[in-house]
Write a protein that binds this ligand. Structure first.
Ligand SMILES: [Zn+2]
Length: 258
């Protein structure tokens, strides 16, 4: 039998330890926390895998000899898009399409190089330009809510930690509830991004598949598909990570004792 007194002391110690661990950001170690950490580890592996695939296919010369810039310009033209510019931007893996300025922005690694990886990325970014030109619903929705998400993202930075502190020490859930609501919007946004990303890659691969003058071998196409699949997986784990983080912070609200 455990004496009541000892048991009481033990729980007090545990509470003290929880306070210390909490300040370090390590508690409560519940299912939501484990899920969040598990996804963080998977995310790290997926990021690493994507980068190693990209680097591998960046070493594979494109048999057609076209640069990322040339691939992008051809894909835009083939889709009847003449009002989008293909430009080079600084950085690594900074490639993106900007609907506001109608520019396909390619990093120097993609813009200038004549590899399977650069062709895949250039075509993917043009896939977004095609979505924009065709008013693809998921892209329209994503673009429309960007300003709201920017605000929500800033709110989460200030309210989540302070909110948990207030809840823990004063039992006031108000600030944390605002943070969780803002985080829910950010999470929804990361899921809306998924169909946009998969669709851009599908458009890119379909175009590459039908253009012998750009991509001449089945192997090149398979490699481009592989690189874009891993790129899409980084978005999938990011969305799952956002959801796990949301569950983690929401669990503070739902588990709170009165
Ligand atoms: Zn994309």
């Amino acid at each position: 039998m455990i004496p009541t007194q000892d048991f009481g002391l033990w729980t007090q110690d545990l509470t003290k330890m929880n306070h210390i661990a909490f300040i370090l950001g390590y508690i409560p170690i519940g299912p939501a926390w484990l899920l969040m950490i598990g996804i963080a580890i998977v995310s790290f592996i997926v990021q690493w895998r994507f980068k190693s695939k990209f680097n591998q296919y960046a070493q594979e010369p494109l048999s057609s000899g076209l640069s990322g810039q040339e691939v992008a310009e051809r894909m835009l033209r083939d889709n009847g898009i003449y009002d989008v510019q293909v430009v080079s931007v600084e950085g690594s893996l900074t490639d993106h399409y900007n609907p506001a300025t109608k520019t396909v922005n390619l990093s120097p690694d993609v813009f200038y190089s004549r590899s399977v990886a650069s062709a895949a990325v250039a075509a993917h970014e043009c896939g977004h330009a095609v979505q924009h030109a065709k008013a693809y619903a998921w892209l329209s929705l994503r673009t429309a809510i960007v300003p709201v998400i920017t605000v929500a993202s800033t709110i989460t930075q200030w309210t989540l930690f302070i909110g948990v502190m207030l809840l823990f020490f004063t039992n006031n859930p108000f600030v944390l509830a605002i943070g969780v609501a803002a985080l829910a919007l950010v999470t929804a946004f990361s899921f809306i991004t998924l169909p946009v990303e998969f669709d851009a890659s599908n458009r890119a691969l379909a175009w590459l598949n039908n253009n012998y003058s750009v991509m001449q071998t089945r192997q090149e196409h398979d490699e481009a598909k592989d690189a874009l699949w891993w790129a899409a997986m980084t978005y999938v784990v990011a969305a799952l990570g956002a959801l796990a983080t949301l569950l983690y912070y929401a669990s503070f609200l739902f588990n709170r004792r009165n």
